[in-house]
Design a protein around this ligand. Structure first.
Ligand code: FRU
Length: 500
């Protein structure tokens, strides 16, 4: 170990000890998730370095290990054999060098012939300058736990002409034939862009060109790009883009594009554009490829402008459950929960052929819970043109608290509404959801202590959301608010909690 390495290991140990110590008191918080990745304590944002390595799934994440509000980003780390039980590991990398002194920003991981290699952005603030500099770096580990930064860092110190100094981050690397490729998020003149590089050895990188860019409606800065080979000779490109108005972040867009990639010219041609998630809390998604050939996506189930409710309890941030991506016949992508999550199910209840009549509550009897899985199929074919059904979750006895998922057959929209979810945390989000054949709407809902993820029509669309109801608000009801709706079948399970 050289001096730089020793210094880095000391910083890593300090960061790890800080989050570990705070974990004891934080883990008692009611809003801690039961089966989602969270930081042991303090702050989390993007998933980083998702990788299947030596028979296990590793997930790293942007993390502040000393404070829930501010500080310099390190990479937190968890691993799992089954994508459900995640083990907390020591912090992987922390700012220690001139090239990452104000933060180890987002990036990816690859298995380089047994060497787990992280490729990340070093964030450097400059005195008296408004914008920071960003550079790409690498770090290695033989055991997948202790990481050593490369002595030759940065491996890319300057952006090309097509990018900009202040927005040059989040490298995602993959191998195609014998060559490594990298996409990096950027921006130029207010247009989000993705820059593409190639390398033989992960150390020496050559710029190829702009792989994809915004058409003017897709956000000013593209962050966290991901590019990967997909089914039927396609490639999929993912981007998280910032919408900036008067210097402030006012929104985020999560897009996926299915198309083809020309490796020689570094040019991606998109044939289908879809939304990766249409919920209130989702950003910076990344994918991995596992030994079963599955493409699995995990996102940050919050975003930069989220209200950070649990920060009052000294922690903030959750990732989504892992979702399998598959190609749909029309060229779009379907997202479905990994089947490994089914091991959490207990106490199955099934309801069949229930007619939901306008205004009649409680048709399913007394059902409740705060960690639940629901799979429901509704039929609207014979319903009046303006039928509407509702699923009320986390309802209090007086009904003054509840989280509402509603579907309106006239507008063909699904709405998630958290105006009454608790903690004065308000808002709703709608997505357009045409019914499946036979006028069917299928909803697969996975609810943890402080989140609701809704997979619609077999995963054609997904909506991820955080909620903070009172622990006693656990009622569940399914009813029609307009017309008559047929509930073909509803399966309900309680879900075991395995994380703390
Ligand atoms: C996305 C992002 C990345 C950056 C990281 C910093 O949420 O802004 O672009 O690397 O967060 O934590």
């Amino acid at each position: 170990m050289n001096e730089h390495d020793m210094q880095h290991q000391l910083l890593v140990q300090k960061a790890t000890a800080s989050a570990e110590q705070a974990h004891e008191s934080v883990s008692g918080d009611y809003y801690r998730q039961g089966f989602h990745i969270m930081p042991q304590a303090y702050f989390m944002n993007d998933p980083n370095g998702l990788v299947y390595y030596k028979g296990e799934y590793h997930a790293f994440f942007q993390h502040l290990p000393f404070s829930v509000h501010d500080g310099e980003k390190v990479w937190g780390h968890v691993k799992s054999k089954d994508l459900v039980h995640w083990e907390y590991l020591p912090v992987a990398i922390a700012p220690s060098q001139f090239y990452d002194r104000n933060g180890c920003y987002s990036g990816s991981a690859v298995d380089d012939d047994g060497m787990l290699t992280l490729i990340y952005t070093g964030y450097i603030e400059r005195e008296g300058e408004r914008t920071a500099i960003q550079m790409q770096n690498i770090a290695f580990s033989e055991d997948g736990i202790v990481f050593h930064k490369y002595d030759g860092n940065p491996v890319i110190s300057d952006p090309p002409e097509d990018g900009s100094l202040a927005d040059f981050r989040d490298p995602k690397v993959w191998k195609h034939e014998d060559t490594w490729y990298m996409v990096v998020g950027s921006s130029k003149y207010g247009y989000g862009k993705t820059l593409m590089y190639r390398s033989r050895d992960l150390r020496q990188w050559d710029y190829i060109g702009v792989a994809a860019e915004s058409d003017g409606s897709m956000g000013q800065v593209w962050e966290c790009p991901d590019m990967f080979p997909f089914e039927q000779n396609t490639h999929v490109f993912l981007t998280s883009s910032l919408i900036i108005e008067n210097g402030a972040i006012t929104g985020g867009k999560n897009l996926y594009m299915v198309g083809s990639l020309n490796y020689e010219q570094g040019k991606f041609t998109s044939e289908y554009v879809g939304e990766t998630d249409c919920g209130c809390d989702f950003y910076a998604a990344q994918t991995l490829h596992d030994d079963q050939g599955r493409r699995i996506l995990i996102g940050w189930m919050d975003w930069h402008a989220a209200p950070r409710i649990e920060a009052a309890n000294n922690w903030f941030g959750s990732l989504t459950i892992p979702r399998i991506m598959t190609l749909l016949p029309d060229g779009g992508v379907q997202f479905t929960p990994v089947p490994e999550l089914q091991q959490l199910r207990e106490g199955h209840q099934r309801f069949k052929d229930v007619t939901l009549r306008e205004g009649v509550r409680g048709a399913l009897g007394d059902i409740s819970g705060d960690c639940l899985e629901i799979i429901a199929e509704f039929e609207l074919e014979d319903a009046e043109p303006a039928a509407e059904f509702l699923i009320a979750l986390r309802r209090s006895e007086l009904h003054d608290q509840e989280t509402i998922i509603s579907y309106n057959s006239e507008t063909e929209t699904l709405t998630f509404n958290r105006d009454k979810s608790g903690n004065d945390f308000k808002g709703s989000k709608s997505c357009s959801l045409p019914p499946m054949s036979g006028g069917r709407i299928k909803l697969h809902i996975i609810m943890d202590r402080s989140s609701v993820e809704i997979f619609m029509n077999d995963g054609r669309l997904v909506s991820s959301n955080r909620i903070y109801p009172h622990p006693d608000s656990q009622g569940l009801d399914v009813y029609a608010s307009k017309g008559t709706v047929k509930l073909r079948q509803l399966d309900l399970w309680k879900l075991k909690r395995v994380m703390r």
